[in-house]
Design a protein around this ligand. Structure first.
Ligand SMILES: Cc1cc2nc3c(=O)[nH]c(=O)nc-3n(C[C@H](O)[C@H](O)[C@H](O)COP(=O)(O)OP(=O)(O)OC[C@H]3O[C@@H](n4cnc5c(N)ncnc54)[C@H](O)[C@@H]3O)c2cc1C
Length: 381
């Protein structure tokens, strides 16, 4: 009997996991990968599309291109998860797993912030980021706010990147002098684990007259008066609001009984949940790393090693360390990098100065994942 692995979610984590398992086992394993979407989009591509640097069609990576031994991709919505029985009900049927992996990511809930849907925009969903492509060209004077609405959010550098890229965008259109840019964040510095990266970002904001408002959350928008209401009771007027919506687990995960305080707890060394042979990885967990693709990918490598050791036998793999390198858009055609480690001790981060060379490295990062996850195994043999 082949081991049946059911992987829920074909995002950063699910794609990396199924690719490694296919490489390790080929047809000797039975992997079902389920996602409700028809294509993968890198988080950073949302910024590229909204600022007109890439066309929407060019950043959609179709799941049709997943052709790997042992892997069956199903486009279907997961409706219920029974972690004790390792049984999943989807629109495409019911699946029983020997090993179940939940990699369903974090959902976004713009409606949870009063006024955001009616009076603002957000760039964290694919639809929201793509829609901004039509909205931004109309903004040519007034106050723009990039505002975070919840404490836990994906890709902590993304709001800072959006502020710097908005500056460039307005400069290129020769309207920057007529516009103000403010960035409202719940942290004291832009990237708390890396003071050096934060100092570089704060210097870049100061050079560009971007106002950084630390330790504040946007609680609501008043679309009639065009003001953002902050958590200290103050108000800030806006003409363009670019929000980071509240994050939560997908409803099917919330209903599964797997969450504690909103997210799925896991053993940080192994990514095991409290249910036997059920793992969870990536943004859907409270593992202790930021919510970012590179961490979901690292966690997927650990889960893959666990499953390989379990099926083939052998020594327990090394523990997950929560390491990752995040590229940070600094504007003016340069990218920096922050290398962080979260789980081996107190979080640490080192900073690589922005450069043109790192623009190429970031491109290579995306290209290598596309080749690994979507490259056609059979045509390459
Ligand atoms: C603007 C922006 C910029 C970013 N930049 C970066 C960056 O530069 N580097 C980086 O590492 N990270 C970045 N990120 C973060 C990154 O995109 C996420 O952290 C990462 O995708 C999380 O991976 P995951 O596998 O946990 O979940 P996801 O990639 O979110 O995948 C979850 C999948 O589950 C599916 N799903 C959910 N519910 C269901 C259901 N009921 N049924 C079926 N399928 C379902 C979804 O369709 C989705 O495909 C950025 C994010 C944003 C918004």
């Amino acid at each position: 009997m082949k081991t049946r692995v059911v992987v829920l979610g074909a995002g950063f984590g699910g794609l990396e996991l199924t690719t490694i398992l296919s490489e390790a086992f080929g047809d000797a394993i039975e992997i079902v990968l389920i996602d409700k979407g028809d294509a993968f989009v890198f988080g950073f591509s949302k910024l590229d599309v909204m600022f007109g640097r890439q066309m929407p069609a060019d950043v959609l990576h179709s799941y049709r291109d997943i052709v790997k031994p042992g892997v069956r991709f199903l486009q279907s919505t997961v409706r219920s998860i029974d972690p004790a029985a390792r049984r999943v009900v989807s629109d495409a049927g019911t699946f029983e797993a020997d090993v179940l992996v939940v990699a369903l990511g974090a959902d976004l809930d713009p409606a949870a912030t009063p006024g955001l849907v009616e009076g603002g925009h957000e760039f964290y969903t694919v639809a929201g980021a793509f829609a901004l492509r039509e909205v931004l060209p109309q903004f040519e004077r007034g106050a723009a706010i990039i505002g975070v609405t919840g404490k836990s959010f994906k890709c902590p550098p993304a709001p800072s990147e959006a502020a710097l890229l908005l500056h460039d965008y307005l400069v290129a259109r020769e309207v920057r002098d007529a516009c103000k840019i403010s960035l409202i964040m719940p942290f004291g510095i832009p990237i708390p684990p890396s003071p050096a990266t934060s100092q570089a970002l704060l210097a870049a904001f100061a050079e560009r007259s971007i106002a950084f408002v630390p330790n504040r959350l946007v609680r609501a928008l008043d679309p009639v008066r065009r003001v953002a209401l902050l958590d200290d009771g103050s108000e800030t007027p806006y003409d363009l609001f670019l929000g980071i919506p509240k994050h939560c687990v997908p409803p099917v995960v919330a209903a599964s009984g797997m969450t504690v305080e909103g997210w799925i707890p896991v053993d940080p060394k192994t990514l095991k949940t409290r249910f036997p042979n059920v793992y969870a990885l990536g943004d859907v967990t409270s593992v202790g790393t930021p919510k970012a693709g590179v961490f979901a990918e690292g966690a997927a490598r650990t889960v893959a090693a666990q499953i390989i050791a379990q099926v083939k036998g052998g020594e327990a793999p090394p523990p997950y360390r929560g390491t990752g390198s995040c590229y940070v858009e600094f504007g003016e055609g340069r990218v920096g990098r922050v290398d962080v480690e979260f789980l081996a001790g107190p979080p640490t981060g080192s900073f690589v100065e922005p450069s043109v060379a790192l623009v190429d490295e970031k491109l290579q990062f995306g290209a290598s994942r596309r080749a690994h996850w979507f490259g056609n195994y059979y045509s390459e043999q």
